[in-house]
Design a protein around this ligand. Sequence first.
Ligand code: FAD
Length: 321
Amino acid sequence: MSVLVYAENADGKFKKSVYEAVTYARAIADQNNTIVTAISIGDVADSELSQLGNYGAQKILTVSNDKLKNFVNQAYAAVIAQAAKSEQADVVVISNSFSGRGLAPRVAVKLSAGVADGAVALPEQSGGKFTIKKTAFSGKAFATVELTSAVKVIALTPNSYKVVENATGAQPQAFTVETDENDFKAMLKDIAKASGKVSLPDAEIVVSGGRGLKGPENFKLVEDLAELLGAATACSKPVSDAGWRPHSEHVGQTGIAVSPNLYIAIGISGAIQHLAGISASKVIVVINKDAEAPFFKVADYGIVGDAFDVVPKLIEAVKAY
Ligand code: FAD
């Protein structure tokens, strides 16, 4: 048995969620007395690749191929599946990022594997069973599922597993793959950069604004607070539908699911479709002028007050801290 982990890069750099996935894969390997192989696809410098060896990867495969420079779902899935076969991996770990969510089921199909997407804990392995806790119903609930297939694919929710340093000294080695023209029929043409400085799906802190902020000009409050906290900015669906903020910031059932350590909701009612995307947040702070707003039911801390009064004070308090 061995464990394969896919190390997704963004412009040649690995995010914290990749190191979480590598740490997590190493823990599964240790449970089973086996090794972890990481695979990276696209242009990543050797110095960056060898970082994977600081979190427990014992082997680092790199695929650098002009056709695979940009992310192509089907083609990347084929490469990961080839690596899994060549490494005889029984478990494949992928971060449950925006692209990882599309990759995991495709890799699973190619390996005739069961898939647990949105995993939030290490698998339990006893009595020949392999069970795993994962989010369900767009993050509204948790489920424990059993994977009975020989090969298992796990998509790990970002921010759900602690990164642990574990230096192996592993160095990158080239992995040669065969590509199939059919896998390139749907190509990514353009990548629009998110407006926020911090990537939303991986953010540890998210500051989010809703229709209560009245107009796009008032999102400066969200941006200022986010900047001070090193947070990503987000919004509710009507806000992005109205063009106040880009769609890449829309959080919820029909948008991005986030799992930060801290989610600050400003002027958002807390509709069930919004909560579906944020309920994996560890601490939720709600600022709303209506004490009856449904968001308060799921809040860890709530401030009943006018956002235009509360948020500037919060900004001053953070600056003074
Ligand atoms: P509102 O409902 O208008 O709420 C504004 C809030 O701001 C109110 O609670 C109000 O008390 C408060 N407020 C007003 N002024 C102030 C002030 N000065 N200071 C402080 N608070 C103030 N929504 C999503 O967000 N994400 C989704 O993915 C999503 N998917 C959907 C899918 C479907 C199929 C459907 C039907 C709906 C979906 N929605 C989604 C929409 C969702 O049902 C709500 O309509 C939406 O979340 C409401 O956005 P809001 O809270 O910003 O606005």
